[in-house]
Design a protein around this ligand. Structure first.
Ligand SMILES: NC(=O)c1ccc[n+]([C@@H]2O[C@H](COP(=O)([O-])OP(=O)(O)OC[C@H]3O[C@@H](n4cnc5c(N)ncnc54)[C@H](OP(=O)(O)O)[C@@H]3O)[C@@H](O)[C@H]2O)c1
Length: 264
């Protein structure tokens, strides 16, 4: 029903993983897409896949943890398309070297994870909002981790929780400017990166057992909601924190029991 035709949307970290799925959904709805990320190879891959959908694509090799790179994403978008209607703050992660139980987390690990997932997510949103002179829509990609305990990734969960809180304040402060801000919180989504961690059948099964809908997510599960939030049909939706997780907040033990009962 909704369309993004005529709109220009930036997706940070849009070259791979969930960001690639979001870029695809947005392009399928007709938007011009600006894809940013550090890996030029991922950007080139994404570009050819997106252009095949008939939309205009611009790629910007940029590190979101650098203020000048964020400024360049904005200026290149304006130069190429004239205006910016949407911005998806998707770039984020916690590298395997930076995670572990809270008792062992060092200051450097904390800074890397919290800077990428909170500090620079904020400054990217601020830069986007400053550039949205005719209003617009910002979508912050948070995580199920924002509202649950996260053994081994506590600092990542805390950063994502903070982004959800900032989403509420951004929505309140920027509503009068015609800028809507919402958050999408994925559950476990199988990306190439995650496949390196969930690399055995039993590891995958343990995750699937926490999901009422009995499968892990894919990047294609996240994009359509983002596309909706970027569209005019969502023009009365702001400050919403929306989970896309197959229902996974249900406790694991209970679900294992249910799945067993249902398959008996
Ligand atoms: N997969 C999940 O299960 C899951 C669950 C909940 C939330 N999330 C969130 O969803 C978002 C995407 O996650 P994903 O699983 O698709 O991650 P991923 O496969 O690890 O990819 C991370 C993305 O972020 C970009 N990125 C990382 N650091 C960057 C930097 N300094 N500057 C610019 N771009 C950077 C990467 O692009 P380059 O490497 O090219 O820079 C890549 O596109 C993240 O915010 C993540 O926290 C993921």
């Amino acid at each position: 029903m909704f369309s993004l035709a005529g709109k220009t949307v930036v997706v940070t970290g849009g070259g791979r993983g969930i960001g690639r799925g979001i870029s695809m959904a947005i392009a399928q709805c007709g938007a011009n897409v600006v894809v940013s990320g550090r890996s030029k190879e991922s950007l080139a891959d994404a570009r050819s896949e997106l252009e095949a959908l008939g939309v205009q694509v611009h790629t910007v090799a940029a590190d979101i943890t650098r203020a000048d790179d964020i400024a360049r994403i904005v200026s290149e978008t304006q130069e190429r398309f004239g205006a910016m209607d949407g911005w998806v703050n998707n770039a984020g992660s916690a590298s395997p070297d930076d995670i572990g139980p809270l008792l062992g987390v060092g200051e450097d690990q904390w800074d890397r994870v919290v800077d990428l997932n909170l500090k620079w997510t904020f400054f990217a949103a601020q830069a986007a909002a400053r550039a949205m002179t005719r209003g617009g829509s910002i979508v912050n990609i948070t995580s199920r981790s924002a509202s649950h305990p996260n053994p081994n990734t506590g600092h990542y969960g805390a950063a994502k929780a903070a982004v959800e809180n900032l989403t509420l304040t951004m929505a309140a402060e920027w509503g009068h400017l015609g800028i809507r801000v919402n958050a999408v919180a994925p559950g476990v989504v199988m990306t190439e990166e995650l496949a390196k961690v969930f690399n055995t059948e039993s590891r995958i099964r343990r995750q699937v057992e926490t999901v009422p809908l009995q499968r892990l997510g894919t990047p294609a599960d996240i994009g359509p909601l983002c596309a909706y939030l970027l569209s005019d049909e969502a023009s009365w939706t702001t400050g919403a924190l929306i989970a896309v997780n197959g229902g996974s907040p249900v406790p694991m033990g209970y679900l294992s029991y249910l799945h067993k009962v249902n398959s008996a």
